[in-house]
Design a protein around this ligand. Sequence first.
Ligand SMILES: NC(=O)c1ccc[n+]([C@@H]2O[C@H](COP(=O)([O-])OP(=O)(O)OC[C@H]3O[C@@H](n4cnc5c(N)ncnc54)[C@H](O)[C@@H]3O)[C@@H](O)[C@H]2O)c1
Length: 354
Amino acid sequence: MKVLVTGGAGYIGTHLCVELLENGYEIVVIDNFSTSTLEGLRRVREITGKSFHVYYVNLLDKKNLKKVFSLHQIDSVIHLAGYKSVRESTSDPMKYYRNNIEGTMTLCEVMQEFNVTSLVFSSSATVYAPVEKYEAISEKHPLGPTNPYGHTKRLIEEMLRDIFDSNTDWCIRILRYFNPVGAHKSGLIGENPKGIPANLFPYLSKVVVGKLPALFIYGDDYPTPDGTGIRDYIHVTDLAKGHLYALHNLSSSSGVNVYNLGTGKGYSVFEMLREFESVTGKIIPYLIAPRRKGDVAFSFADVSKAKEELGWEATRGIDSMCHDAWKWQRNNPNGYELTRIKPLKKEVMSYDWL
Ligand SMILES: NC(=O)c1ccc[n+]([C@@H]2O[C@H](COP(=O)([O-])OP(=O)(O)OC[C@H]3O[C@@H](n4cnc5c(N)ncnc54)[C@H](O)[C@@H]3O)[C@@H](O)[C@H]2O)c1
């Protein structure tokens, strides 16, 4: 089975490529390396010992996207490509609407043209309306994103439903990720944000290695046991494996099905900080800052639907999340930066050497 992975060079994409290759799938990756580097994919090859095709294509570039579809008989698409920073989306919403929505529209048009109607889409828990009381969020929870990034994900979900209504051949699985963290157990691939990290784990790692002075904890007066926000952190390898179950499920029926991917357990910022301290053996300095607009007290998934219908559940705990994140950081203090390979500027650049 041949799977096209959009955004395969990114944090989740590289981990997904490893799982796909190790489970016998053939893969084709397209990416424009806007937030990633080719080095991550080179390491995917190093981990798996398997070759695959990589195309340097922007999803909005229909002509070149069509070239990729004409070169390969694609069975299914896993669509991860997109921008994901809540903060940046608030300051530059148009960049997010253009890339995330137009990119998905172009992809779906090309898929339909080539009769490829199997799609797994990366959505996010940010599509949910903030929860009022301490309870797990099921897929039936009302939607109500509070930032432009979340709006783009919600609009794409609606667009995918409309696409299915117009052509019932489509098999679509929407995966709403909670908080992916950690890294591959090899320590070769991991999260590689540009600039100051927006997410807790890369930030914690940078504080531990002294690249940042202290962790900012936004709010310690939430109605949670220790006052800090509670989130559902999921190991990126568990998350990646969830896609394989969704892929398998595509063949069971057409239609649009939505699944939460989380562990179902919430941990506070303080709990994660203490776990990180115990794994690294270092004291992590922190500062309490005011709450951030749009942040909620708690968010954790009801994962029963994914368990019942996909047969998938996360198995890795916060110890291995912290351990693997730390191994990645320790082995790669500068991320992929030192070994960055610049993609050549060509129309459709194929890295067949991978
Ligand atoms: N990491 C998270 O915390 C998280 C949480 C929920 C949902 N998601 C979603 O998961 C997906 C993957 O996230 P990630 O953490 O791996 O992010 P990432 O930034 O590491 O990876 C995204 C990849 O998409 C590529 N890309 C972006 N726009 C493109 C375009 N127009 N054409 C081709 N390639 C393009 C980037 O170069 C990058 O390689 C995203 O859709 C994101 O919204 C991520």
